[in-house]
Design a protein around this ligand. Structure first.
Ligand code: HEC
Length: 176
């Protein structure tokens, strides 16, 4: 073998090893996927039967009252707007008449972020009631919008399994 042949073979070997190294370092798509999976897993709440039914009860009440709210606000029915907002405000899942056991369970299973979203949402309901008390239609509409944002942002993270339309919603893994 000539020196030239040897150095060509050595060169090829270095290229192959280099390519393998790069693939190993940067091509680890599988670990990226599983990182993303565990991100999603973080958003799965492991409801028990009774805490789930408490949540669904809350959601039905919220849903009904929210629809009525839109209509009542549009018509300037301030007293009804106040009532609807108060109903939503007091439907707070952590304020329901739950057994001590269920309450402890909720505190165990609910992620902090869920509780934050939920309390922000209920806070907006209270502020809407206050705006209605002041007959301030513009401010009330603003809180109505913030509440709708609240439904969507919570559902697209914590109710993906329930709502087909949010099933493909992915949160950015890279938080800036
Ligand atoms: C802090 C979180 C959160 C907020 C805010 C929220 N929801 Fe929900 N909602 C959920 C979760 C979680 C589920 C899905 C439960 C499940 O997996 O079945 C749900 C389910 C529902 C359901 C389906 C109930 C059923 O019968 O299965 C309706 C309707 C609903 N929400 C309406 C609303 C509306 C309307 C708003 C806003 C005005 C809202 N929700 C705000 C968390 C939230």
């Amino acid at each position: 073998m000539s020196k030239k042949t040897i150095s060509i073979i050595a060169g090829i070997a270095i290229l192959i090893i280099g390519a393998m190294f790069i693939k190993h370092q940067f091509g680890s798509h599988n670990s990226h996927d599983s990182a993303q999976e565990s991100m999603n897993e973080k958003h799965v709440i492991h409801w028990t039967q009774s805490t789930k039914s408490a949540l669904i009860k809350e959601m039905h009440s919220i849903n009904q009252n929210y629809q009525a709210l839109v209509s009542n606000l549009a018509q300037g029915n301030w007293n009804d707007v106040i009532e609807n907002s108060h109903n939503i405000h007091s439907a707070f899942i952590l304020k329901q008449e739950l057994s001590e056991e269920d309450m402890a369970e909720l505190h165990r299973i609910l992620p902090e972020r869920f509780i934050e979203m939920d309390s922000k949402f209920h806070d907006h309901a209270l502020k809407l009631a206050m705006a209605a008390q002041a007959k301030d239609g513009e401010l009330a509409s603003m809180y109505l919008g913030k509440m709708a944002e609240g439904c969507v942002s919570c559902h697209q993270v914590y109710a993906k399994g329930r709502f087909e339309g949010f099933s493909t919603h992915e949160e950015s893994v890279h938080e800036h």
